[in-house]
Design a binder for this molecule. Structure first.
Ligand code: HEM
Length: 164
């Protein structure tokens, strides 16, 4: 074997070793699966829909209590007799949560500022809204880590809702 053949042999065998190493790195069995999105952990569209349905039931129940906080803002919607408007709010909430938690749903509603314009929602009302939402999460068996993640998303929207 002359010098040239020797170098060629070394280069070829090191390339074979490198290729073998790379194919190991790309081996799907060795690549960790991506962490499931919050959306997936909530049970995808089915899980999110259950939470939104419970939440809206909680809001309606709260508006019927003697010291209600949510009646002022929700009464125009609830007493309008327009069931389609309630359904639209439900669908918008499902899409909004579905999108914000990494799902494939797309929110097509108004911006938060526009949706709550003129309502003059207070921090206290926002808090009661949050209690109704938290209860919906608990009642649907959402675990603490997912609960915290979703409530954090909701809280970041507070300034776009309160005082508009
Ligand atoms: C971060 C918290 C909130 C989120 C994510 C949220 C989300 C939404 C969405 C998606 C809509 C529908 C927008 C559209 O029609 O295109 C909406 C409307 C509405 N929201 Fe909120 N909201 C929040 C806080 C609140 C609070 C605190 C109140 C009252 C205390 C409230 C009362 C309402 C009412 C009354 C409507 C109008 C429904 C209608 O007339 O059709 N929201 N909200």
């Amino acid at each position: 074997m002359n010098t040239f053949t020797f170098i060629l042999t070394v280069l070829l065998s090191s390339n074979i070793l490198l290729n073998a190493a790379c194919s190991k790195i790309n081996d799907p069995a060795l690549t960790p699966a991506p962490a499931p999105t919050l959306y997936a952990r909530l049970g995808s569209v089915g899980g999110v829909s259950k939470v939104v349905d419970s939440f809206l039931a909680n809001v309606i129940a709260e508006t019927q209590t003697s010291n209600t906080s949510l009646k002022r803002t929700f009464d125009p919607l609830l007493s309008s007799g327009n069931a389609q408007r309630v359904t639209l709010l439900r669908d918008n909430l499902i899409d909004q949560i579905g999108q914000a938690t990494g799902g494939a749903l797309v929110y097509k509603g108004l911006t938060m500022t526009a949706a709550h314009k003129g309502m003059a929602t207070t921090t206290q009302e926002f808090g009661v809204f949050g209690v109704a939402f938290t209860k919906a999460l608990t009642d649907n068996g959402v675990k603490d880590p997912e609960k915290t993640e979703l409530l954090t998303i909701i809280t970041t929207l507070q300034s776009q809702v309160v005082g508009q």
